[in-house]
Write a protein that binds this ligand. Sequence first.
Ligand SMILES: Cc1ncc(COP(=O)(O)O)c(C=O)c1O
Length: 640
Amino acid sequence: MKQQQIIDWTREDSADLYGIRNWGAGYFDLNEAGEITAQAPTTDGNTQSVSMLEIARGAMERGLGMPLLLRIENLLDAQVALINTSFARAIEQCGYNNVFRGVFPIKVNQQCQVIEEIARAGSPFNHGLEAGSKAELIAALSTLDNTESLIVCNGYKDEEFINLGLQAQRLGVQVFFVVETPSEVATIIACAEREQVRPNIGVRIKLASKVGGYWNATSGDRSIFGLGSNDLIAMVDQLRHHDMLDCLKLLHYHLGSQVPNIRDIRTGVLEACRYYADLVEEGAAMGYLDLGGGLAVDYDGSKTNYTHSKNYSLDEYCVDVVEAIMGTLDSEGVAHPVIITESGRATVAYSSVLLFDILDTTRFEPVELEHTKITEDDHPMLRYLQDAANNVTAKNLQESYNDALYYRDEVRSLYLHGQVSLRERANAENLFLQAAQKIRALLDEAEEIPVDLQALPEVLSDIYYANVSVFQSLPDMWAIDQVFPVVPIHRHDEAPTRSAIIADITCDCDGKIDRFIGRQEEQKTLPLHPLKDGEDYILGAFLVGAYQETLGDLHNLFGDTNVVNVRINGDGSVDYNREIQGDSIADVLSYVEYRPQDMFERFRKLAEKAVKDGRISPQQRKQILHTYTASMSGYTYFEK
Ligand SMILES: Cc1ncc(COP(=O)(O)O)c(C=O)c1O
């Protein structure tokens, strides 16, 4: 970065650099102090702007240290409302003769507080839940109290699952059983006959339409779930045989999550509507068309059909869906069904931000210390290396790099054979960094960057050590190379002069963040600010509300982070509504079969023996056991 650019830096430069207004969907911005703000829609219909740093400080003062998962309830409510009002608008605009009923798939964020908030915010819209297992059905039944809302049961269902749903139906709950495999039909029929309940049956079909994006294996002939056309006919005949075609009401498909291209969405609807019309023709009651999930989140803000983006707005999605349904069914004379979507990601992604602090950094820069001076006594290779470092110019970048690399590796090899000392080796590393940094600084001026040098900026980038576990809190980053916006939540009035990758607190080489969103394309490093003594440097991983919380694991025994749910009020004040302390060390140990009580007893015996052997005093024993128990009940992350 040029000196003048550093001096003149403003928050607008930061907004542009980190793309905040592109991926933030209007929910995040910057204030004059250079802090990221949550732009929270409030109940009075306005938007309040609150500094994320202030929210984080408030949480820390209340004892909720970093890392901290921040859930902003206003954003969750706003997304639930937005999905419903967008569909309502599209329905009105197109003259569609039925309604929209969204269901939130519990698996996308199973946390009780999230599901309760969705049920509360969704109630005015009759927004329901999708359950993919018995546990999720029980969660749905205990959370939804609006009987106009639907519960759609997907996944493999055993008799217990079906019986529970049928009993709930007796209570007035609108439960739908979606047949995922041919064998389920007989079970549903048998359970329904035994319980004397007419079930609401749905069927998931396998669409031939393939979609783009990461999760496209969910669509097409080889998708795991759903019935092909032959199975569908067999099911219809089976239901007809049992005089139950009036129970077949819903057609469901799921193209895959995060469908980035609107064309694929439209193609899926068109194909599904053909099946829908034919089921009506076969005599099924029908009435509901369930499009599954797939509504994407623009994680990189590029508004393209790239995997981590989407080339459509929510309004376009709704209008396209409504128009596509009408386009097919109107020509067949089929009544418009209730439109169901199971949007998960688009509902919850925005409302959660993972905040974490940076503990330390490593720079790949030469040091100027007494021992790094090269003398006559040093090995000649070191002097050659020094010459290479001194002679770097814009005209000999490749040659200088080759020389520096060659002499450094020669010194490493000499070290292996005991021919140079540790100090000489350290000097060689230092001289190499001197040369490499000079070359990097001159790359900007080069007309063409030689291929070998293209990776130099990454190779020389800093490592920022973050108080977070990628495996626990951002599993998709590790498992499927998902890119989330990662941005400092403050200091945006200063130029970020460092360039870094982020290493997490696990001692695992995969525990790192080295793919970031960029202005045009993904970047391998992130611009960051140098740490300041005695000052926290806090980063946020944004849009992490979907899938991340429950998919995380206990790698290195880093447990669940602290969580706080906040609500931003119309006067800009913040309510810290709900708090959950992160796992303690005792918690995570008990998850992996240890018994903290037995462990304490063993440690106590060890300490008592040390007293008996005269190695420590009883008072020291007391102190040692106190340290042990304090650790056992402490946070699994780095505590300051
Ligand atoms: C059947 C079903 N419905 C809904 C969803 C949620 O999808 P999304 O998060 O893309 O909305 C999924 C997730 O893959 C799913 O498998």
